[in-house]
Design a protein. Structure first.
Length: 134
């Protein structure tokens, strides 16, 4: 089986491509900004050979209470993961976004609070896609 795996790998079968982080970041930011829930803040995409792809950022979203912010943030996360999944050949990314209401920067809701992650509290784009049934 090792020879077959080596052959498939050499042909690029089953491999994911390294993302063009600035282009992916721009696509995700544009999609997030189109949501009615997003008020301010930036999405940041980082990629490295050793650490993989990570989506971070702090967003200001509609709502005033934790429950309202969580609901609005969930909508933003769904849009973000749909847009990420539309990118060709990208593997899963860890999502470390957080959101707060415009009126209270101290009230923070993190992605893992919207949707508990599968491994050690980490949330990935695959976890979110499963959660939102994408």
């Amino acid at each position: 089986m090792g020879i077959i795996d080596s052959f498939l790998s050499a042909c690029g079968v089953g491999e994911t491509t390294r993302p063009d982080a600035p282009a992916v970041q721009e696509d995700l930011q544009d999609a997030v900004e189109l949501t009615t829930e997003h008020l301010d803040g930036a999405v940041v995409v980082r990629d490295s050979e050793t650490g993989g792809t990570t989506i971070t950022g702090t967003l200001s979203v509609a709502g005033e209470t934790r429950e309202q912010v969580t609901g609005c943030f969930a909508s933003v996360l769904e849009t973000l993961v749909r847009t990420y999944r539309e990118q060709e050949g990208l593997g899963p990314a860890e999502v470390r976004l957080e959101a707060h209401p415009a009126c209270d920067r101290t009230l923070r809701v993190r992605a893992h609070e919207v949707m508990p992650g599968g491994t050690g509290g980490r949330v990935t784009t695959d976890d979110l896609a499963d959660h939102f049934e994408i």
